[in-house]
Design a binder for this molecule. Structure first.
Ligand SMILES: *Cc1c(COP(=O)(O)O)cnc(C)c1O
Length: 412
């Protein structure tokens, strides 16, 4: 079927939740994608940061094919091969290899939003057990936590909520990077709980992305992240770190909270966990790890043998070798090259999660023209470009992109 026929079918039979770009991808390998007309592209978006090992990474594709031929799904009423091993390996990664540290316990789901839903439910149950019924989750403005109703309410962006009111209650926002603002929001929640006689309106948890991805790649100050950890610990509140986009070495360390050298109570992950295969997880440690009881939370597909096989193969590749040093080195190189381009106002990011603010509303046009020239990059809003390449991107591939962008931006 041609691209034109595909476009026609989708516009007739699919909801228009996305304004799609004019290309139909057929196959990929590593950094490269191929469209229905046989054209080759360099992919600097990697399935929105999910194919961290590159497209069709042989180890993962083979693990999926092998498992698919053996067993795909049995449901969570039974034990299944590989699930305990994956949970153990995630615990080790969250503890940065320290096998004697307290374990993390995991619940597997299918998407980032679902992982965050799990974290929110966990926080509310925790509040029932340990915080006199408190149940409000505080999140940062400009954050992104998903598209389900509760995670839309958690997302600190009014534009994403307006069409879908009434929003679920029990969420409040603070200014990212602003400690005073967080303190004020906590006080406001406590006061509201008191005035309305609703214990569940009191704060139970803070949920945070250490690098806010969807709003244009905004790294939070590490000192701020540490102060949020101290404050939540002092008050007995949970700290949930949303690592859906930042996890699995994207920012140069296994998880972005490690830059601030803190230990959260709850961590959510998805995107990079299984090299693009749907899989997600919420992990908790300490008292939070034992809060959810049989029957309180569940999923049909989460943690199915196929997803587990894909995640295990991905994790094995990521932790075998010098991923950390490599992502840091290549990320620094990429940022330096981007900073020298015309129209570039600011380069932000960590590792291979990079945002570029342009001095003018050229982002959409730049991304569209880049695509026409065989480069997949992402525009956020009107003036930000985002880059989330596979972690295997080479300096030569970065040079090729930079040379194209240099000519492109000069002409704008
Ligand atoms: C993408 C993303 C989500 C949502 O993940 P889905 O798999 O699309 O549900 C949540 N939080 C962050 C930080 C994300 O980047």
């Amino acid at each position: 079927m041609s691209y034109t026929e595909q476009k026609e079918l989708e516009s007739t039979y699919m909801m228009t939740t996305y304004g799609r770009k004019p290309v139909e991808f057929i196959s990929g390998a590593g950094m490269r994608l191929y469209d229905s007309e046989g054209r080759e592209y360099l992919d600097f978006l990697s399935g929105i940061g999910s194919t961290c090992l590159g497209h069709a990474a042989p180890a993962v594709s083979e693990a999926i094919a092998k498992q698919a031929a053996k067993l795909i799904q049995v449901g969570n009423y039974f034990y299944c091969e590989g699930r305990g091993e994956l949970a153990r390996d995630l615990s080790l990664l969250l503890n940065r290899g320290n096998a004697t540290a307290a374990p993390w316990k995991t619940f597997f789901s299918n998407s980032g939003a679902e992982a965050n839903e799990g974290a929110i439910k966990l926080a509310r149950k925790y509040g029932k057990l340990y915080l006199e019924g408190a149940g409000t989750v505080l999140t940062a403005r400009r954050s992104f936590h998903g598209r389900t109703l509760a995670t839309t309410a958690a997302t600190g962006q009014a534009v994403k909520q307006e069409s879908f009111t009434p929003m679920p209650t029990g969420f409040a926002n603070f200014e990212p990077g602003n400690y005073e603002s967080l303190c004020e929001a906590l006080t406001a929640c406590a006061n509201k709980a008191q005035q309305e006689g609703r214990a569940d309106f009191a704060p139970a948890a803070v949920m945070l992305e250490c690098v806010q991805g969807e709003a244009g790649v905004w790294p939070l100050d590490e000192e701020f992240v540490r102060s949020v950890r101290s404050l939540t610990a002092e008050r007995g509140l949970l700290l949930i770190i949303d690592e859906v986009q930042t996890g699995f070495y994207r920012t140069g360390v296994p998880f972005s909270f490690m830059h601030a050298d803190i230990k959260p109570d709850v961590v959510t992950m998805a995107k990079g966990i299984a090299n693009g295969f749907p899989c997600a997880a919420v992990a908790a440690t300490g008292k939070a790890a034992d809060v959810l009881m049989p029957g309180e939370h569940g999923t049909t597909f989460g943690g199915n043998p196929l997803a587990i096989a894909a995640a295990r193969a991905t994790l094995a590749e990521l932790t075998d070798g010098d991923t950390e040093a490599r992502v840091k080195r290549i990320g620094t190189y990429f940022c330096t090259q981007l900073a020298g381009l015309p129209l570039v106002q600011e380069v932000r990011g960590k590792g291979l999660m990079i945002g570029v603010s342009l001095s003018g509303n050229f982002a959409v046009q730049a991304a569209d023209e880049a695509l026409a020239q065989g480069f997949v990059i992402n525009a956020i809003g009107t003036d930000i470009l985002r880059f989330l390449p596979p972690l295997c991107v080479s300096e030569e591939e970065i040079d090729t992109l930079i040379s194209m962008l240099n000519t492109l931006l000069k002409s704008m």
